[in-house]
Design a protein around this ligand. Sequence first.
Ligand code: GSH
Length: 337
Amino acid sequence: MVNVMTLETPLELSGAPGSPYTRKMLAVLRYRRIPYRLYYRGREPAGYPTAQVPLLPTFFIAGEAVTDSTPLIRRFDAEIPGRPVRPADPALAFLDSLIEDYADEWLTKCMFHYRWAHPADAAFAGRLLPSWGPAPLDEPTLAGVAAMISQRQIGRLAYVGSNPTTGPVIEDSYVRLLEALEAHLAVLPFMLGAAPGAGDFGLFGQLTQLAGVDPTPTAIAQARAQRTMGWIGMVEDLSGLEPGPMIDPGAVPATLKALLSEMGRAYAPLLVANAEAVAAGAKMVETQVDGRAWVQNAFPYQAKCLTWLRGEYAALPAAARTQVDAAIATTGWDALF
Ligand SMILES: N[C@@H](CCC(=O)N[C@@H](CS)C(=O)NCC(=O)O)C(=O)O
């Protein structure tokens, strides 16, 4: 393993094809043309460290196990030259952060909910996930592992906020997101112009599963989101893309405004309510999302997300802040800043 204080390539990581954040980061590495070595989870070379919270993907950098895709994308941009993911323009970079946070923290609810709350989807995923490892599995072993994984993941539905109250809110938001993406991808190749940002890779990661693996949400995408499915296939490997111009941050296209509105509608109220619950030491968040009841466990990580977004907003130069304010006016995101 590389054991120096700066990033060296190939970057090494462990992950799995069924992990949206693994897919997000592999697509980033391909676009960046950063050589990498992927170990299937549990197949890392002997002696490799384990992260404090062992999440997928885990990168092995300078002798340490490092997780969390959002800061890693920024770190790779800073430390490995060429083809940065984050937009250079500060207003666009901020919008990119909003899109990435929505994808990582809200769209993942859709992914986890569809995968484990629908019995037929859960039965499928229970057998698929272990089959994505390198070890051959005979039938009794696969059946046993599938039952164990399904039971564990169904038990985790509460953590992402999927329950009978919130299920319809989550599913409606997925369908509306697909509609907004279809409209946007009819006019632009990526969310903010002719090059992908962290938000594109975040959306891509979750959508690899929602619109390509899990039967119920994939059938919805097949019926109504062919452009989006094509986009997912392309974002998987953008190693040959020459990035083109980004949109004018002072004149955000209507389809992007609609996307930001969809994201703000679903996710922004929850970010605020969750942060309040965490600050008050409450165990549960009870609020309204999209005019309907929402209950879930309070989630300290998402309180940090809000702090980061507010910090990034506060650091915007005045001219960029004016552009951001215009872009997010009436989208629901404006309530955060
Ligand atoms: N914020 C993290 C989230 C990573 C994450 O939640 N990974 C999930 C799977 S995609 C995980 O490892 N869950 C625990 C497990 O599968 O045991 C990131 O952006 O990388």
